[in-house]
Design a protein around this ligand. Sequence first.
Ligand code: SAH
Ligand code: SF4
Length: 415
Amino acid sequence: MAHTPLMPIPGLVDPVPTPRDITPREDGRVDLLGLPRQRIAELFEAAGLDAKAAKLRGKQVFHWLYHRGVTDFEAMTDIAKTMRPWLAERFVIGRPEVVLSQHSSDGTRKWLLKTADGHEFEMVFIPDADRGTLCVSSQVGCTLNCRFCHTGTMRLVRNLTPGEIVGQVMLARDALGEWPKGSMAGLDDDEDEGGYSADGRLLTNIVMMGMGEPLYNFDNVRDALKLVMDGDGLALSKRRITLSTSGVVPMMVKCGEEIGVNLAVSLHAVSKDVRDEIVPINRKYGLEELLQACADYPGASNARRITFEYVMLKDKNDSDEDARELVRLIKQFKLPAKVNLIPFNPWPGAIYECSSPERIKRFSDIVFEAGISAPVRTPRGRDIDAACGQLKTAAQKLSRAELDRLAEEKQAALG
Ligand code: SAH
Ligand code: SF4
């Protein structure tokens, strides 16, 4: 194995400060996107409604906002006509701004989005035969600097707020045109947990695998996913949501207890030397500690296995011995596990190459023969730079004129 000197861990490795959940707008109105029922009701009360009315209106607006995807108070038909302008004067229901959207020839869609304070982040939608997966970002950039990851080369700008996180799911639903229609009555049974099956639905699954480390933005990710899972909110089952972490060990139990979604762990290496080099958080929380936290993950079982992500890097982590050691570790810690082998997606300036298809197949066979599922993830959206962190950079390279032209096209398409 070639020896590569260790890099110091750049940037912050501890949770970063987050802005408040309510960012004041210039026009004085408050954006309700990302707020829970209770908070919406409190704001209504603070604006002058009595407690009982505030609670009722809060519940109604919550439903329209998250379950029906409505952004205009005028469309909230069970709220009195006179009440709607009162709401519109004081509140808005926003969305992250779309800077660019791209459609790949394989159906993958990618959006470059912008926060109200001007920071760009990404989301990707990947349709398959039996599911449609939205890859959601949790931070603008990332502090963790994994060496094969393009996002790791970006400076962390800030954590995304719950509104900016849940806003990605809302925006995808807008773009896919799949908000439930019909009246408020009778929504509950077929659209609660399990209702968003693959049948006829485009967006069926969510993975927290976009930009950023979700467990370094725990509270906001939890609050956003609660809105996604709420039966009267986006109503997506926790079984259809997967959170991916590079291994923030102290937050993993909390993730299982307070969010309860499926866990994916970016393992990528099975020895201290290699993992220290390519996933530098390993120097803080080592392999044994990480695998023990996986063994202790609340809710993990054979029916809900932990996914180990393993990026295939030529001559770095892809030998037969690596595959056998991976199997040994999974068995030693008695982990209900599946392995997801990810062909490395190169980016300009990356110091690694992807393993050959034969090497990846051999690695997969060794793990599979030991009784552990080890599919190779098919690269998607290659023609639109759909890998983590790449659209943002690609867009920065577009000339101003091109961006203006794209904005005009978007405007024209919106009519
Ligand atoms: N920060 C979290 C989630 C975002 S990264 C984490 O690290 O788990 C989502 C997944 O994409 C991780 O498994 C990451 O290792 C992988 N990834 C990042 N850059 C990649 C690249 N260039 N090629 C292949 N996989 C990559
Ligand atoms: Fe951050 Fe995940 Fe990329 Fe590592 S792989 S730099 S944790 S986004």
